[in-house]
Design a protein around this ligand. Structure first.
Ligand code: 5GP
Length: 226
C-alpha cells in the first residue's frame, strides 16, 4: 500500500488518532484464574489509548490495592444511594459484595474517543450490552482445562481452601455464559492469548461506525480532486 514518498499517508494506527473516533468499551471476562488480569494489565501498559474503567465496590480493600486505582471502595449505604441516584451503568452482587460501573466518566470519555477496559463478569457485560450495544465489545477468556484452572487458582496462594472451592464453583457458572460474548479466546499460552486480544481491539477500533471523522475525511477526499 503506502509508498516511500515524503507525502505518503500516515500509518494506520496514526491515522486512527488523526480522524475522530468514538471510544469503545472493551469488556474482558473470564472465570477467576484464566488470565484476564494479566492480559488486562498488559493491555493497559502497552496500549496508550485504553484506560481502565474503575468500578465502585463494597468489598474490603486487599493488600496492595489502591482506592481510586483498583476500585472506588465504598460503603453499602453509599453504594445503595448511588444505585438509587442512577449513577451506575450497571451493577451486580458478586461474592456477597456489590460492584458497579460509574456512568459519568465513561459517557464523556467515549464521546472524546477514549477506550475503556472493563474487568467485569457476565452480568455486567450483559447489562452494558443492553444499554450501550454499539459501544461494547465483549471478549471472554477460557482456561485450557478445569485442572489447569484449579492449579492456577491454588498457585496464587493468597486464598483459603474454602475460597478456592467457592471460586471453582463460580468459575463453572461463569464459563456457562461463554455464548454471551462476541469473541472467545482460549488461553493456552498467555503471549498468544494477549496477541489475539490485541488484534480484536485493533480491528474493532477500525469499525466504520466508530470512525466518526470519516464523513468529513471522505467528503474532503471526494471534493479535493476538482
Ligand atoms: P474482585 O473482588 O476479585 O476484584 O472481583 C470479583 C468479581 O467482580 C470479578 O469477577 C470481577 O469481574 C467482578 N467485577 C468487578 N467490577 C465489577 C463491576 O463494576 N460490575 C460487575 N458486574 N462486576 C464487576
Amino acid at each position: 500500500m503506502a509508498s516511500n514518498t515524503p507525502s505518503a499517508a500516515p500509518a494506520a494506527d496514526v491515522l486512527s488518532d488523526v480522524l475522530h473516533r468514538r471510544g469503545l468499551m472493551f469488556i474482558l471476562s473470564s472465570p477467576s484464574g484464566a488470565g484476564k488480569t494479566t492480559i488486562a494489565r498488559r493491555l493497559l501498559a502497552e496500549d496508550g489509548h485504553i484506560a481502565m474503567s474503575v468500578s465502585a465496590t463494597t468489598r474490603p480493600m486487599r493488600p496492595g490495592e489502591v482506592d481510586g486505582r483498583d476500585y472506588h471502595f465504598t460503603t453499602r449505604e453509599n453504594f445503595a444511594a448511588m444505585v438509587d441516584a442512577g449513577e451506575f451503568l450497571e451493577w451486580a452482587h458478586v461474592f456477597g459484595h456489590s460492584y458497579g460501573t460509574p456512568k459519568a466518566q465513561v459517557k464523556t470519555g467515549l464521546r472524546e474517543g477514549q477506550d475503556y477496559l472493563f474487568d467485569i463478569d457476565w452480568q455486567g457485560s450483559q447489562q452494558l450490552h443492553q444499554k450501550l450495544e454499539r459501544d461494547v465489545v465483549r471478549v471472554f477468556i477460557l482456561p485450557p482445562s478445569i485442572d489447569e484452572l484449579r492449579r492456577r487458582l491454588t498457585g496464587r496462594g493468597t486464598d483459603s481452601a474454602e475460597v478456592i472451592a467457592q471460586r471453582m464453583e463460580r468459575a463453572r457458572a461463569e464459563i456457562s455464559h461463554w455464548d454471551g460474548y462476541d469473541y472467545v479466546v482460549v488461553n493456552y499460552d498467555i503471549d498468544i492469548c494477549f496477541g489475539k486480544v490485541s488484534e480484536i481491539l485493533a480491528a474493532e477500533r477500525m469499525r466504520r461506525t466508530r470512525q466518526t471523522g470519516l464523513i468529513d475525511f471522505v467528503r474532503d477526499l471526494m471534493g479535493s480532486d476538482g
